[in-house]
Design a protein around this ligand. Structure first.
Ligand SMILES: [Fe+2]
Ligand SMILES: [Fe+2]
Length: 138
């Protein structure tokens, strides 16, 4: 069993967003494995930066999608994303200060708990909106 797994009930009925969520979980698992194996700095750097970039990419694409469909809960959703961005900024700075294993571990735990609860509650709300408006892609 991986550190974090994606299950079909996490679906938000948009194929691209589900793929992003799955890839984020994979990247979190990879970062966590790197921490447990005491990865060499450059490998840990790559995993950390990849995950950091991928989170931002996902949040942005998801926000663009919500705007495009005229989602009524957009501001509340964006606010949650912005709170995550602020927390990540703290761990990014810690990582850059040289406390790499500690920062990577905190980042993996933050993203695991944050993403699972965010997807299951607030992301799935737009999933229902997509279905209700015939906009689901799967
Ligand atoms: Fe979201
Ligand atoms: Fe999401």
């Amino acid at each position: 069993m991986a550190f974090v797994d994606w299950y079909p009930n996490y679906s938000v009925h948009n194929a691209l967003m589900d793929r992003h969520h799955q890839e984020l979980f994979q990247a979190i698992n990879q970062l966590r494995e790197g921490v447990l194996e005491g990865n060499a700095e450059d490998a840990l750097d790559r995993s950390f930066v990849f995950l950091d970039d991928y989170v931002e990419k996902h949040l942005k694409v998801e926000e663009d999608l919500l705007k495009e469909i005229g989602y009524p809960g957009f501001s509340e959703h964006k606010e949650q994303h912005d709170q995550l961005r602020e927390q990540i900024e703290i761990y990014r700075k810690l990582f850059q200060s040289g406390k790499k294993l500690e920062a990577a571990n905190l980042m993996a735990f933050l993203l695991k708990t944050w993403l699972v609860s965010h997807i299951l509650t607030i992301d799935r709300q737009y999933g229902r909106y997509l279905v209700d408006h015939g906009l689901e892609t799967h």
